[in-house]
Design a protein around this ligand. Structure first.
Ligand code: FEO
Ligand code: CA
Ligand code: CA
Ligand code: CA
Length: 740
């Protein structure tokens, strides 16, 4: 069976929302439709039938700072995995992968094994759905305390971004009003997992009965940290003091603090809430402007309709209409949306420690949170992106200077309070000459204090409505900032800009014009059929070098590490990095540096090259900002006039500097990357294989696009299993470093 999407359907595949409208009042609704697009193929976890070529290309590298000594891989020597459409995880010869932890796996001894037939319940005691960003936290051999150097035993902490909801129920999802029993499964299938993993006989498995195992869900009590705590914008019926809220949702990218806690980025949270059709007049205040900027115009429908499941407060909170008589919102959920959209900190080792939202880091569609290189006596810098078309790149600089004594504190969340609750939030401006600047978002900036579109009340209002503040200062609208990652040695900051169908030579008011940092707009082909997608179809990876290498710098230089492209595309207009067939990719999303090898791992979440290949993961050996050259892209407008756009392209990768390492199963996204400190085990998440399924087709396994990982021998169902998001563990058969 082969189902192919038309163009509007493929454009709707991304988990992107489109909200930066520059004064245009109309906007697209949340694009959460996921539709089928590929043929059914069968397989398992396997290796490419290719020989391991070449030498090791490994060089000892003394650490140039306070970081753990490591071994830099300077040349990739594994055999590149070809692009492919198999329903399997394919990795290079000489490597092995095993499934470790999949949707529904029980997190205690009392919870039964996952039947994977839609009858399972109790997702607050099981792995959630849509495994996403992930971090590894070492555990001491006796399992009593943190040991950052342990490669034998640790805690994997991961996000569960969203749902393939039809597979959670026997006959798929029911229509609205949603049965409470279905909502009670779907809500806790979101959030975060903490799960112990342990190596035994050379192979990792998760520990079902570990006392560390737990779930943080959209119902878990969560404290507010930073400027929003106790603010008028945070008062709700749940907590009229404004000091707390419930849960975390649509968690995507992650981060790990220098003090050993986990950071979770809340991404497309807005779409879970509904607003009444007449709520603008019910409110009649500036909150309407903020709600529209964050994707909740009046009449917006919720993603899953949980508010229709009953009068219980746990359902009612998904309707953020003003319904109460109070002036401050303490009798309804009109302010509930202000409780989501943060970097949320969790102590993996201590279930009794509060979970805390770090509001000083801004509220937007968060992806990863990556710390700049640490320097004692200097503030911490945390880099972040806002993933929506035309949104911005941000950084937070702590008010408190870093003290190495805080690397292993007794109280990790109190350490988070110290560094993450006060500081400066900046947004990036990219200039046409390859320079850039960080603009502080504060009421001290007259463009913000005097912004005509929205009257900011106080510093909390600025961070909660960071998008509006960034609009006010004219920040650069980017091609959907996904994850960022910091090179462990150079300290340069890499951002995946996944794609942007709104980047145009001749944009409408709600689209984005070409600029030096987002210089491509072209039309793709798909399956040989015209037309394909348009805009920046394949995405790119931009990188930043801070002035003087300091996280507190307010200026930087930048270039583009890699432009995503098909290898057969023009090297003068599209394939600017001259990617070969072993290197080409589309829609970079997950981005992560190994601290063991300094390899850059690139993961894709794509709908443009999926006529040819499933989503993938590549390893790169990047250079530095400025190692390439200025390039000019020439465009012709419809009136015949020409436009020349200068951009800065990093050095084209040679064959042993960028190579495809993994191709995932059908209809998946490859995301989440973590390693043991010895660099010998790599954990990767396979999100939503076979997600394109209608409720009507749930009863028909022949209609499933994927049966992974059941078809790889994991869990119930075998070759006709419902597909499941899952974590895999990859090792090298000779025990070497991953990527060598
Ligand atoms: Fe959940 Fe933008 O990735
Ligand atoms: Ca996704
Ligand atoms: Ca992502
Ligand atoms: Ca994505």
């Amino acid at each position: 069976m082969n189902r192919r999407l038309d163009l509007p359907q493929r454009l709707a595949l991304d988990d992107d929302t489109d909200l930066n409208l520059s004064g245009n009042p109309s906007f697209n609704k949340v694009l959460d439709a996921r539709l089928s697009r590929r043929s059914i193929l069968r397989g398992g976890v396997g290796t490419a039938a290719t020989a391991l070529l070449g030498g090791w290309g490994v060089a000892a590298c003394g650490s140039d700072d306070d970081e753990t000594p490591s071994t830099t891989i300077e040349k990739l020597s594994f055999a590149a995995v070809p692009k492919g459409l198999a329903d399997a995880v394919v990795i290079p010869a000489g490597y092995s992968a095993s499934v470790l932890y999949a949707l529904g796996d029980p997190l205690d001894a009392a919870t039964p094994a996952y039947r994977n037939d839609g009858t399972d319940t109790d997702f607050d005691r099981r792995a959630g759905d849509h495994h996403d960003g992930m971090e590894y936290f070492g555990l001491s051999t006796d399992g009593t305390r943190r040991d950052a150097n342990s490669s034998e035993r640790g805690l994997l902490v991961m996000n569960h971004e969203a749902l393939t909801d039809n597979f959670l129920h026997v006959n798929g999802s029911s229509a609205r009003p949603r049965p409470a029993g279905e909502s009670d499964k779907e809500i806790p299938a979101h959030g975060v997992s903490v799960v112990e993993v342990r190596k035994s006989n050379g192979k990792f498995a998760y520990v079902q009965a570990s006392a560390f195992n737990r779930r943080i869900t959209p119902l878990t009590p969560v404290e507010i940290g930073g400027p929003l705590r106790g603010n008028a914008l945070m008062k709700t019926k749940y907590d009229p003091s404004g000091n707390s809220t419930r849960g975390t949702i649509n968690n995507c990218g992650t981060g790990q603090t220098p003090w050993g806690s986990f950071l979770s980025g809340e991404e497309n949270w807005a779409g879970y809430f509904t607003r009444g059709a007449a709520d603008d007049s019910a409110r009649a205040d500036k909150s309407v402007t903020a709600l529209i900027r964050y994707g909740r115009a009046q009449g917006a429908a919720s993603r899953h309709g949980w508010e229709t499941s009953g009068a219980d407060d746990k359902y009612a909170r998904w309707n953020i209409s003003r319904s109460g008589a109070s002036a401050d919102g303490s009798d309804d959920y009109r302010n509930e949306l202000n409780g989501q959209g943060y970097i949320t900190e969790i102590d993996p080792y201590d279930a009794t420690a509060p979970v805390k939202k770090r509001s000083a880091l801004g509220r937007f569609a968060h992806e990863s949170a990556s710390f700049g290189k640490l320097a004692a006596g200097q503030p911490l810098a945390v880099y972040m992106g806002d993933d929506s078309r035309g949104e911005y790149i941000y950084k937070f600089v702590s008010a408190t200077a870093w003290s190495a004594a805080d690397a292993n504190p007794a109280n990790r969340i109190a350490t988070g309070d110290k560094y993450l609750d006060s500081g400066k939030l900046y947004v990036a401006k990219f200039n046409a000459d390859g320079s850039g600047s960080w603009v502080e978002l504060s009421l001290g900036n007259p463009l913000i204090a005097g912004y005509a579109a929205y009257a900011f009340a106080d510093p909390a209002d600025v961070v909660v409505n960071a998008r509006l503040a960034a609009d006010a200062v004219g920040a650069t609208k980017m091609d959907r900032p996904e994850w960022c990652a910091v090179h462990p040695h150079t300290g340069e900051i890499y951002y995946a800009l996944t794609n942007n169908s709104n980047r145009k030579l001749e944009p409408t008011a709600s689209q984005q014009a070409l600029d030096a940092a987002n210089p491509r707009s072209y039309r793709d082909s798909y399956g040989g059929a015209a037309p394909g997608s348009a805009g920046n179809v394949n995405g790119h990876i931009i990188r930043i070098a801070e002035a003087g290498g300091a996280g507190s710098a307010t200026t930087f230089t930048w270039d583009v590490y890699l432009f995503g492209a098909q290898s057969d595309a023009s090297t003068t207009s599209v394939n600017l990095s001259a990617l070969t067939a072993d290197q080409d990719f589309s829609s970079p999303d997950g981005l992560w540096f190994s601290r063991s090898t300094q390899l850059c791992w690139i993961q894709t979440d794509d709908g443009a090259y999926t006529d040819t290949t499933n989503c993938m993961m590549l390893a790169g050996v990047p250079g530095k900002v400025g190692d390439g050259a200025k390039t000019t892209l020439n465009y012709t407008k419809t009136d015949g006039s020409t436009v020349a756009i200068d951009t800065y392209v990093g050095k084209a990768p040679v064959a042993d500097a960028l190579r495809r390492f993994l191709v995932g199963p059908v209809d998946c996204e490859v995301t989440g990357c973590a390693e043991t400190p010895d660099g010998k085990t790599l954990f990767v998440n396979i999100q939503h294989p076979g997600e394109s399924i209608s409720a009507a087709d749930v009863a028909n396994p022949a209609a499933y696009l994927s049966h992974w990982p059941g078809n790889a021998g994991y869990g119930a169902g075998g070759a006709s299993a419902r597909p499941r998001s899952a974590t895999i563990a990859i090792s090298k058969d000779d025990g070497g470093l991953i990527g060598s």
